[in-house]
Write a new protein. Structure first.
Length: 318
């Protein structure tokens, strides 16, 4: 069976938005004043977790994945590149303290890998339990863990999208029975874009919108999930629209989405803030283009070197 072109296209969009979001963040004094930044940050990482859940369904169902392989592909590059980036950024190499900090507060640039690994661990544990009542109790207890340390809050929030991806894959044939017109698709995309502009990391703004009632916390949480879910759906609709048009650049986008998203994710931080201009917009655009192209160039060079174990050493894969 060949690759899923729609998923590869969405992967490309996801990594494109990650780099663009960081370009805005690193080159703007107040990034949340930028409407595009708010839109991107409303869903770009939930999108990655959704995709991860979607493509993992068969391996989870058939017990074809194990923790050791996920350690090599997720935790290993997380620690390697986090330590490397910290050393470059701070002009000093303090492995022990950096390592301790990464475990206690893993919400650095590469937190996605940390959170995804522990989501796999939780899902694997659940998969081994045959009692549905016990599973329900464990899930509730897990979400009641009060600490934000060790990336627990990251895992709890983003596991929702991972499970959402699993569910969509499981019931995709049922979902395929529903058809919507092009006008309805346009309305969904426009509605999603409008909703995404409401996103903020400052929950006070949500409380001012919703109120401070007894269930406000859950409404704020639900609003964030709703916004992200809308944007995930909109992204798939846009990706499908592009695939149907068969643009000339499609094969390059699909190749990037299929093979190089991890490379770009790991390396783009080193190139994202190299140029400074008086105009924030120009700085953002130039650094975005440079970071994206530079990571692709480095990847191309590494491929041409053709050292079999190099990708394993750098990215934790063969």
């Amino acid at each position: 069976m060949g690759r899923n072109k729609l998923i590869d296209m969405v992967r490309f969009f996801a990594i494109f938005l990650v780099v663009l979001g960081h370009a805005i963040q690193f080159n703007s004094p107040n990034p949340f004043d930028n409407i595009f930044f708010r839109m991107i940050y409303s869903f770009h990482m939930p999108l990655f977790f959704f995709i991860s859940g979607y493509v993992s369904y068969n391996s989870i169902l058939n017990n074809k994945f194990n923790i050791s392989s996920k350690f090599l592909t997720l935790l290993y590059p997380f620690f390697l590149w986090s330590v490397f980036y910290s050393a470059v950024k701070n002009n000093t190499f303090d492995f022990l303290n950096t390592f301790k900090l990464l475990i206690y507060q893993p919400d650095s640039g590469y937190w996605f890998l940390w959170a995804l690994f522990w989501i796999y661990v939780v899902v694997l544990i659940i998969r081994k339990i045959n009692n549905n009542y016990l599973i329900a109790i464990l899930i509730v207890l897990f979400f009641m863990i009060p600490t934000k340390d060790y990336g627990v809050s990251l895992v709890k929030y983003h596991m929702i999208y991972f499970l959402f991806g699993l569910a969509v894959f499981k019931y995709k044939y049922l979902l395929s029975r529903f058809s919507i017109t092009n006008n309805q698709k346009i309305l969904i995309v426009l509605f999603s874009f409008i909703m995404s502009t409401l996103y903020t990391t400052n929950n006070i703004e949500y409380y001012e919108l919703i109120g401070y009632g007894l269930g406000s916390k859950f409404l704020v949480y639900g609003l964030k999930i709703f916004i992200a879910s809308c944007m995930i759906l909109a992204t798939f609709l846009i990706a499908n629209f592009i695939l149907m048009r068969k643009y000339i650049f499609e094969k390059y986008i699909l190749k990037i989405g299929a093979l190089y998203t991890l490379n770009i994710y790991l390396m783009h931080f080193f190139f994202i803030n190299q140029f400074e201009f008086t105009s924030v917009i120009i700085s953002t655009i130039v650094n975005f283009i440079f970071a994206f192209l530079a990571t692709l160039l480095v990847t191309y060079i590494l491929e041409k070197i053709a050292i079999k174990k190099l990708s394993y050493i750098l990215f934790g894969r063969l």
